[in-house]
Unconditional design. Structure first.
Length: 276
């Protein structure tokens, strides 16, 4: 199993970096969209839909993504960026309470199928909109890569710190393996990556500090994304959300952090780059 995981990562990571650096903005958004549609199939399954319901939900998710991108490109009065990313960011803040109190509020929130499906349409569209938005900015490819490096670095830092120093459980009712020490290691690693990214982008001292803080926040909210999918899996009684990535599980197993981090990265960029 470990060999399969390593082989999958060895293939997937270079492909991801190449796609980020060399695909045009909408091409990269299309790739992310296809991954999110696979995630929509898994989200529907975790919500308890049968195969026909999963097909319908995935089709509706594709429509929502297309409309969000279309409205953005049309330059119309409705800003799909603000609506989709704003709603997703708000949801992930609320998800903190759900994680802390799990399973107390589950049945009334994400355990309630219509609500879970409605939320899924927004949070699955958000990474697609976020990537299209970021990648069209100045040094957009670098910014998208920085987002991914923050997430990957946080995951790696958390794993290393948790394995060597982990003593205190973070949220044992949701994910018994996660520790406070691991979370701290992930935050520190993402902060360092944020500061290094600011240097590559040529930002000044205060903005470098801001990018470091943004790295810590991305690490923190990515943990919420991870734990939210863990709640879904616990409720559904499954170990993995799918089987798309051998040794790693499904799209939601691998990109759960991206779901939560992408909208907040856009928010954080605005705060940092527009700071006086």
């Amino acid at each position: 199993m470990l060999g399969t995981r390593v082989l999958t990562a060895a293939v997937a990571l270079p492909l991801a970096v190449l796609a980020i650096l060399f695909l045009p903005a909408m091409g990269l958004a299309a790739v992310v969209g296809m991954l999110m549609l696979a995630g929509a199939w898994e989200w529907a399954a975790l919500s308890g839909l049968a195969e026909r319901g999963r097909v319908v939900f995935t089709a509706v998710a594709a429509l929502v993504m297309a409309l969000a991108l279309g409205l953005r490109e049309s330059g119309g009065p409705v800003s799909s960026d603000v609506v989709v990313l704003g709603l997703a960011a708000i949801f992930w803040l609320g998800a903190v309470q759900l994680v802390i109190r799990f399973p107390a509020q589950w049945n009334a929130t994400l355990g309630h199928r219509p609500l879970a499906l409605a939320i899924g349409l927004i949070v699955l569209a958000a990474p697609v909109v976020a990537v299209a938005y970021i990648d069209q900015a100045d040094q957009g490819s670098v910014l998208v890569l920085l987002l991914c490096l923050m997430i990957w670095g946080a995951d790696t830092g958390a794993y290393a710190a948790g394995r060597t120093l982990g003593r205190h459980k973070l949220v044992p009712r949701v994910s018994p393996g996660k520790t406070m020490e691991g979370a701290a290691g992930g935050l520190l690693t993402a902060m360092i990556i944020g500061a290094l990214g600011a240097l590559v982008l040529g930002l000044d001292g205060w903005r470098t500090l801001g990018m470091a803080v943004l790295g810590a926040w991305i690490a923190a909210i990515s943990i919420v994304g991870d734990l939210t999918i863990s709640m879904f899996k616990r409720s559904a009684g499954v170990k993995d959300s799918g089987r798309l990535f051998p040794g790693h599980g499904g799209v939601l197993d691998r990109l759960d952090s991206m779901l939560a981090a992408a909208p907040w990265f856009v928010v954080g960029l605005h705060l940092v780059l527009q700071a006086a």
